[in-house]
Design a protein around this ligand. Sequence first.
Ligand code: NAD
Length: 319
Amino acid sequence: MKKTILINDGISKVGKKQLIDLQFNVIDKHIEQSALIDFINENNVTGVLVRSATQIRKDIIDNCPSIKLIGRGGVGMDNIDVEYAQKKNIHVINTPSASSASVAELVFSHLFSMARDTYHSNRTMPLEGDMNFKKLKKQYSKGTELRGKKIGIIGFGKIGQEVAKIALGIGMEVLFYDPTIQKQIINVDFYNNQTIKFKLEKSDFSILLQNCDAITIHIPKQKKAVITKTELKKMKKGSFIINTSRGGIINEADLISQLQNGHIRSAALDVYENEPTPKLEILMNEQISLSPHIGAATLEAQDRIGIELAEQINTLLNG
Ligand code: NAD
């Protein structure tokens, strides 16, 4: 008999097709949290796939004996009682590397935009582009190039290393700091199957702060901010900082003050201390390039997530 997989928070078309091709009975439908236990039992569901919207807690695990697998499309599993499920011999899977390249590209989307002030001219051109074209041309004519500049990567895991590949590809020098990695080989792959290997060595944290033209952060959630007034002041005058990791890793009040006094030229944030209601001082700050926590959210990443989930489910449930 076909095993049933409930896709409760959506999946890409290719992921769904792959599950169907692998002979699973797929229910692609959002069931409200309060109705989940009954639905799972009535449909004898073997695997439940969620993103961040659905909670899979002890109540579901205890009351739905048919569940053999819980899958999270994406990384964080705060919405699943992982240890409890594993103790009950339920497989719990996620897709930790499927979106690393997407986050890395968002870093460069912000960085190129800050280097030429396009994030800012996109705010002013609609308002005064026809009246004050020459004034704006002058205002935005002090951009910089990224080639030949230094980028500092704090946290050199999956995303940090994807950032390094793009940086090396466009001619930047890469410094990294990560307490667990001393040396790392980075393979930069080109479209024609050529690969260039770079051997990188960990930098001292202060040296990285002091010498880089741009700093980007790729570390897990921390108990307290890693970038505060002290670290921002150590950074090179006129440099850029980007946070696409987790809100609270940069102290936002300290960031605003270092932007105001001109020490930091501009910042880019995809994540915020107060999510999903970032502070107005951050949203209205003209020196911050903003995005609403979309680092992982590309169509390609959704496809990779779907395919990776389908492959893992096939291995675990079909052997
Ligand atoms: P990873 O586990 O592969 O790498 C994290 C690295 O950070 C590890 O090598 C670790 O040693 C290092 N690290 C931990 N604490 C550190 C510190 N204080 N200083 C320097 N390095 C430190 O994780 P990843 O896949 O590269 O993801 C990094 C983070 O990006 C995730 O934890 C997540 O919070 C965030 N993320 C954001 C989005 C988004 O949509 N913006 C999407 C995916 C992931």
